[in-house]
Design a protein around this ligand. Sequence first.
Ligand SMILES: *[C@@H]1O[C@H](CO)[C@@H](O)[C@H](O)[C@H]1NC(C)=O
Ligand SMILES: *[C@@H]1O[C@H](CO)[C@@H](O)[C@H](O)[C@H]1NC(C)=O
Ligand SMILES: *[C@@H]1O[C@H](CO)[C@@H](O)[C@H](O)[C@H]1NC(C)=O
Length: 397
Amino acid sequence: MVVLAVAVFVTLSACAVCCPGNKNSTKLKIQSMENQPMALQLAAVVKEMESLRCEQTTLKQQQNALTQMHITSHQKSAQKEVGTNILTYGSNDEEDNLPFFEEDSRKQRDPCFHYTILDQVWRATNTTTKIKKCDRRSKWKGWYRLFYNGKSLQMPERCIPVNKCGTHSPLWLAGPHPKRREGIVTRRVCGHWKKNCCAFRSPPIQVKKCSGNYYVYKFTEPSTCDLAYCADINTLVCGRCSRNQSCVSRDKINWRCKGKKRMSSRKIHFFASYPGQLNGKVNKIKYSKVLVNVGRAFDRRTGVFSAPVKGVYQFFFSTQTANTGLKTDLWLVVNNYWVAVSRTHLSRPSTVGNLSTYMTFLRKGAKVYVTHNCGRSWANAASMTITFGGSLLVQMK
Ligand SMILES: *[C@@H]1O[C@H](CO)[C@@H](O)[C@H](O)[C@H]1NC(C)=O
Ligand SMILES: *[C@@H]1O[C@H](CO)[C@@H](O)[C@H](O)[C@H]1NC(C)=O
Ligand SMILES: *[C@@H]1O[C@H](CO)[C@@H](O)[C@H](O)[C@H]1NC(C)=O
């Protein structure tokens, strides 16, 4: 009973992976298509059928996997050979009885639906057993899928230390697992021995990626004893890492998820100019011509930049004067403190510009703007002489 309850739960979650949409949403779609042409309605029905069929297949696979788990736990001590704990899919395929369509003969032969489960804990890359297994002693036929206590995993694509995977020389896949669109591929298999990762060149095997994100392998008798096909435990552990984390290992045997270093994930950049002249005191310069505002932290209506996250920021601001004898001061104001000045002061007739930069640590919500304290700043719509800009350099926690 317990096993069955678990089966239903696992199936539901697995379905989300492989099946395109659930029944209810498809139904709704069909209803909403009542006034559509026949061909469209038909297409919707076909889609619904496919989704049902997919759900059914997933259900069956999960149930079989769990049944297998059940058998395995009861027969653990009795198992010696591969042949004793196998279970073949598709032998009593109820899927074939679907009244709606002819049998899809391609699917019939697809190894993704017809494989033998290999759920042997000793095959895991992190196990060391005293008894050494040799896959040459087993009769291999057809396709296989690797499990570890009922959880799907794949062969390692890297050299595994000797005496792991319950054998002397662990067999690993000397090539990448295929993508779905590649179909069935042939891959070399290597056995590690005496510091030579490919000391044993076992006969190549075939591999296929299946929808539902698992692989099936067409194993054959390895070249010698004791060689055995490995199941990579890292696929289990690393599959649980979130996108935030990377899968790390010191010995390439034991793996764990580790949070990635926090990078400056938010991107904040702005650059704006004031397209006219400024005279005397202007509390906040309203830089209305905004050229860059990535992250939307600069408000063109007020001329105020608000730090959206905590971190290190860099600002720059500039002015230009053409009036002899007049001192012009622009101040950068951070949280009401005047922190930096950009000054122009001409003693003889000419024009002069001044650009100042400032770098600071800001808390979230800090306000930054530029004040025109005195003098006269010159600009026109195209001159870009009165400007204000900045960037978030490093985001902090
Ligand atoms: C191998 O890894 C699995 C999954 O992380 C773990 O449950 C198991 O205890 C490990 N076995 C050994 C012998 O370390
Ligand atoms: C990444 O980790 C942070 C905390 O370290 C968390 O707030 C955030 O939601 C995570 N993002 C994802 C996509 O997991
Ligand atoms: C620019 O401003 C700085 C700081 O106020 C000042 O020392 C410098 O003389 C100014 N440069 C010019 C060309 O006015």
